[in-house]
Design a protein around this ligand. Sequence first.
Ligand code: NAD
Ligand code: DAU
Length: 339
Amino acid sequence: MKLLVTGGAGFIGGNFMHYILNKYPKDKVICLDALTYAGNMETLADVMDNPNFTFVKGDISDRDTVFQLFEKEKPDVVVNFAAESHVDRSIEDPGLFLHTNILGTGVLMDACRKYGIQRYHQVSTDEVYGDLPLDRPDLFFTEETPLHTSSPYSASKASADLLVLAYHRTFHLPISISHCSNNYGPYHFPEKLIPLMIANALNDKPLPVYGKGENIRDWLYVEDHCSAIDLIVRKGREGEIYNIGGHNERTNLQVVKAILKELGKPESLIRFVTDRPGHDRRYAIDPTKIHNELGWEPTTRFEDGIKLTVKWYLENRTWWEHIINGEYQNYYERMYGHR
Ligand code: NAD
Ligand code: DAU
């Protein structure tokens, strides 16, 4: 199989690249990535010499680049990870999110229509369902939950989902979509909660917890997300949406305290700061459909995954120190300087 994976120099795409090349030694993988601030060639260092791997620097919203790549490579499958992915940045600059996440998706699907494809898979998010109240632990997002977005990021992802579904209905494009909960693990960019807290704690810097730290996220170890996408692409039904999550709900404060405990750092590092505007309260996935139809199950519990993640950040300091010593410092000052 020949896969075109977009956004493969980012967190989940990078992990997916490693996953596929290890599991399927005969598959060919092409990575298309614009190398924005979130793309990192160091994430792909291990696979660059693999003869089954090709890296192409390019923007998914650039029609010429995308069409030329399809003309040359004629991929069997496209998995679209490429996106602007950080909610806080979408509050700062919504336009970029509309451009990459919606228009970029449209360009990829136009190329799939023109050149033909076995499957186009859109990597989407549980955030398209909005949020759940904190006092209703009995409620979960199913594939039937209405779209109800909160941030420019989630609105752009929901828009892209609708476009993908429209191309299926109107042009019979063989698509699938996944809605996954919060991922964590190796190569996670340190603007996101878990790696930011690990990096700050290791540097004895304050840990900025939004609001009271009561918001809940449903954490999934990134390799479990990769195995779910792999299954959907190869065995999932065309035109379908699959929710992915492993029932690992934690408040943000629980997550931060678990990290401090693992690192042997004091809870006095925690600082409660001004809340995120429009902050979603709780995400929680019902993964019954993917479990029943495809037999998918997560393999890593949060207690183990967080240990593995902390260990990875301890053993790979240069990977994240290169990031936080660069342009990231300006971002950090903008986002947290006066919070
Ligand atoms: P990320 O920000 O770490 O990586 C995004 C990658 O996309 C980067 O390598 C970046 O260079 C690339 N990119 C950005 N704009 C591009 C463009 N115009 N053309 C080509 N490449 C471009 O993101 P992530 O956390 O790995 O998320 C990947 C996908 O998974 C996103 O679509 C996101 O919405 C979705 N998702 C993320 C999570 C999560 O917890 N991180 C959960 C569910 C779904
Ligand atoms: O649910 C899936 C989504 O998870 C993905 O679609 C997004 O791409 C991904 O970024 C993530 O979104 P969140 O907004 O949930 O992740 P983030 O790591 O930014 O924040 C997690 C929680 O932690 C959230 O409630 C906000 C809070 N937070 C975050 C940061 C960065 C803090 O309290 N302090 C912080 O400094």
